[in-house]
Ligand binder design. Structure first.
Ligand SMILES: Nc1ncnc2c1ncn2[C@@H]1O[C@H](COP(=O)(O)OP(=O)(O)OP(=O)(O)O)[C@@H](O)[C@H]1O
Ligand SMILES: [Mg+2]
Length: 282
């Protein structure tokens, strides 16, 4: 276990923002903290990374209490948080050089991290980079000191699907290299695709924490197979040997346009548990 969160509460004046948060993160996994806007994701990631103190409870990384985080911990964790803090008039390499200098990192690491995130060392100032390029630059900066854990607060929220997929591929590669990733997102598809385990956060409470598969299994009560025939007719069938034979015959007669199972996804589970959507597009 690399991160351990034990009964964390956070109050801002009279506002109780986090309530009795407990979970752990295993080495090498991608862990997703999933919740709608205002749920408390940023507050929690800031507490875990030692930037905010919990009102009560404790956070430990590699057994060290967040109250005592020092250079030893910060050397081994990388962060991409809500406020990016890039120098807009400087280019990619100039931005990374400043960071490298502050943290005493040799400049030859810059080329390595840019390769990892597939970013050209363009001469354009950061203000003229696309959102996708800026986000890759931020990941490169978070990786510059070769951390073992990477914390990402909504790494794809401002990105189009293609750029989001680029970031997903980078995160998969990092996981392959043994880096533990802790990320927040309000995008359930992203969480389902990327995360080994997720915690669903609603109004400051964790309402479920497990792998997307286990959660889906747990909430899969009404097992059905939905079919659309070539003429557009929709059929919903129970799991039974007779229905399997019916489906077999439809396939044999090439009379199926589509076939779907009906297990719940993380969005369905979140709605079931909380009565609200993760992300309201309106
Ligand atoms: N420094 C602060 N002082 C007072 N209230 C705060 C502070 N920081 C956060 N809050 C409140 O805590 C709650 C949780 O905010 P937080 O930013 O952690 O949510 P979030 O899940 O990250 O939301 P988003 O998806 O919009 O980024 C909100 O009601 C917010 O207004
Ligand atoms: Mg946030």
């Amino acid at each position: 276990m690399v991160i351990n969160i034990n009964s964390v509460y956070k109050k801002f004046n009279d506002l109780l923002v986090l309530k009795d948060i407990s979970f752990f993160v295993e080495e090498g996994e991608i862990f997703g903290l999933l919740g709608p806007s205002g749920a408390g994701k940023t507050t929690l990631i800031n507490i875990i990374t030692g930037q905010l103190e919990p009102t009560s409870g404790e956070v430990k990384i590699w057994g060290v209490n967040s109250k005592n985080f020092g250079e030893d911990i910060y050397k081994k964790i990388g962060m991409l948080l809500e406020i990016p803090g890039l120098y807009d008039r400087l280019n990619v390499v100039q931005n990374l050089k400043i960071y490298a200098k502050i943290h005493n990192i040799p400049y030859n690491e810059i080329g390595k991290v840019l390769e990892l995130v597939n970013l050209e060392p363009t001469k354009k100032p950061v203000s003229r980079l696309s959102n996708g390029m800026k986000q890759r630059l931020l990941i490169a900066r978070a990786l510059l000191h070769n951390p073992k854990i990477l914390f990402l607060d909504e790494p794809t929220s401002a990105l189009d699907p293609v750029n989001a997929r680029n970031i997903h591929n980078i995160l998969f590669d990092l996981k392959q290299n043994g880096i533990t990733i802790f990320m927040t997102t309000h995008n359930m598809e992203e969480a389902e695709k990327l995360c080994d385990r997720v915690a669903l956060l609603n109004e400051g409470c964790i309402c479920a924490c497990d792998s997307p598969f286990n959660l889906s299994k747990k909430f899969y009560k009404d097992r059905k197979i939905n079919l659309i025939k070539n003429n557009g007719e929709k059929i919903s069938l129970d799991f039974s040997s007779e229905n399997i034979r019916n489906i077999y015959n439809l396939i044999k007669n090439e009379d199926i346009f589509s076939i779907h199972s009906t297990e719940p996804n993380l969005e369905d589970i979140f709605i079931k548990l909380t009565g609200r959507k993760l992300y309201d597009e309106s």
